[in-house]
Design a protein around this ligand. Structure first.
Ligand SMILES: [Zn+2]
Length: 181
């Protein structure tokens, strides 16, 4: 069965003249694909119109806002945790480097035990400090936080780098001195 121009008439919604209307009516009576197309198209239009007219309720908007806020806070919390984990790792690495450089004669097992003990102490200190700082950070905007993280990270990397270089130089001098004796 030929469905054109009836499909276009149904979907395009151009105004039809009387003769076209009668042709369409006649075709819809005999053609089930076109009549179901017309009914589903009208249903879809109704849905679209009621969807555009219907405004979200105030409660919905508020729940949506609250959800956003909760997700933002969770994300900030995660970022902060990452920063502290990173700081803890760097501190542990520096502590290990210092131990290896300055305590070569002490048994390695003892160093490991000391390191684990100081790591546990560090974790506790970090947790306490984190709780303290978190309450302060809650009132600061995310942008300030990000900038603070960036500044802090850069400062820390620079410090560790310079520290490492000076320690390395010191140990080189020490070794040279030791060999001369
Ligand atoms: Zn048809």
């Amino acid at each position: 069965m030929k469905h054109q121009p009836y499909e276009s008439w149904i979907l395009d919604e151009v105004p039809l003249n009387e003769q076209q209307k009668q042709e369409l009516e006649a075709h819809l009576k005999t053609c089930s694909p076109c009549s179901s197309l017309q009914s589903s198209w009208q249903e879809a239009r109704k849905q679209i119109q009621s969807a555009t007219v219907r405004q979200p309720s105030a409660g919905f908007a508020m729940r949506w806002q609250t959800g956003l806020e909760e997700r933002r806070i969770a994300e900030e919390h995660r970022q902060r945790q990452n920063v502290w984990i990173w700081i803890a790792c760097v501190s542990a690495a520096v502590a290990l480097a210092l131990a290896v450089i300055f305590l070569p004669r002490i048994s390695f097992i003892q160093i490991l035990i000391d390191m684990v003990e100081s790591l546990v102490g560090l974790t506790t200190a970090v947790t306490v400090f984190l709780r303290l700082v978190t309450s302060v950070f809650r009132s600061i905007s995310p942008l300030t936080l990000v900038l603070a993280y960036l500044g802090l990270s850069t400062l820390l990397i620079l410090t560790v780098f310079l520290w490492g270089i000076s320690i390395w130089r010191m140990s080189l001098k020490g070794v040279a001195h030791y060999e001369k004796d």
